[in-house]
Ligand binder design. Structure first.
Ligand SMILES: C[S@@+](CC[C@H](N)C(=O)[O-])C[C@H]1O[C@@H](n2cnc3c(N)ncnc32)[C@H](O)[C@@H]1O
Length: 256
């Protein structure tokens, strides 16, 4: 069955937008997933199809009405999870993206203005998902990012050369750094191990670099990784143990 995304938005022309290009666009054209952007204004109230109103309690801005949003959600009530893109939601993770990609698809509600009346979020049991600790002017860019992350995990979307298995977050770590030709650029050489031809040593180096980057850049991920590692659940069981041999330090300055 085709993975099906429905986006509820005040700005349907924003879709497919970037999702019509490259990997996601090709997969869309091949029918590996389907996308439908539905206009919330269709359910607007009165001759002006009003979708919002002022917030109770006062304050700046407008709030999307619960009856309007509810009518839009009623039109796509099925087995798919319904998510509201919101800075108040749980931060989106690769683990959640992987779950969503394995399901039948998603229904995404994009807020605008001050957001959506809280009662319809509760009544419909919407999962609130945030892209990060910053405020966008609307949920559409967040919906596009979420869909892009899901679609690339659908069967047949990534080619064999673009496996998601070693990517950042897939094993609880950030990915190791990448290098390509030329082997020396502006006086900086690629780490010698990568041109050694020793696959085992390359794998060890990459693992150590992934761990180092995670430890230095993302203490939160590192702590979670270490706690899982202590239980011996990572492949190799010794991911955060000191490496068996001294590891080459990454390029910080000019390397020749
Ligand atoms: C201007 S924002 C509303 C911000 C809201 N008043 C607040 O302070 O939490 C309008 C809409 O953009 C979307 N949005 C903004 N930031 C987001 C984020 N970090 N992740 C996901 N959606 C976001 C949501 O759909 C939200 O309803």
């Amino acid at each position: 069955m085709t993975w099906h995304a429905t986006v509820l938005t005040l700005f349907p022309p924003m879709f497919p937008g970037p999702l019509g290009h490259s990997l996601a666009g090709r997969a869309l054209a091949e029918g590996r997933w389907a996308l439908e952007a539905r206009d919330l204004r269709v359910h607007g109230i009165g001759p002006h199809r009003s979708v919002d109103d002022t917030p109770f309690g006062g304050g700046a801005g407008m709030v999307l009405r619960p009856d309007v949003v509810d009518a839009a959600l009623a039109g796509c009530a099925d087995a798919r999870p319904a998510l509201y893109l919101s800075p108040r939601g749980a931060r989106l993770t690769q683990a959640r993206v992987t779950e969503l990609a394995a399901g039948p698809g998603v229904v995404l509600l994009c807020g605008r203005y001050e957001g959506v009346d809280a009662r319809v979020v509760e009544a419909r049991g919407l999962e609130e998902v945030s892209l990060g600790d910053f405020v966008l002017s609307g949920g559409e860019p967040a919906a596009i990012a979420l869909l892009d992350a899901c679609v690339r995990l659908l069967p047949g979307v990534l080619g064999a050369a673009e496996s998601a298995e070693e990517e950042s977050f897939s094993a609880g770590l950030l990915e190791y750094p990448h290098y390509t030709r030329p082997a020396v650029w502006q006086g900086r050489a690629v780490p010698a191990v990568l041109v050694s031809g020793h696959h085992g040593e390359i794998a060890t180096w990459r693992r150590a670099e992934a761990e180092r980057a995670t430890r230095e850049r993302r203490p939160d991920l590192w702590a979670a990784y270490r706690s899982i590692d202590m239980q011996g659940r990572h492949a190799g069981g010794g991911g955060c143990q000191p490496p068996a041999r001294p590891l080459e330090q990454p390029a910080k300055g000019p390397r020749i």
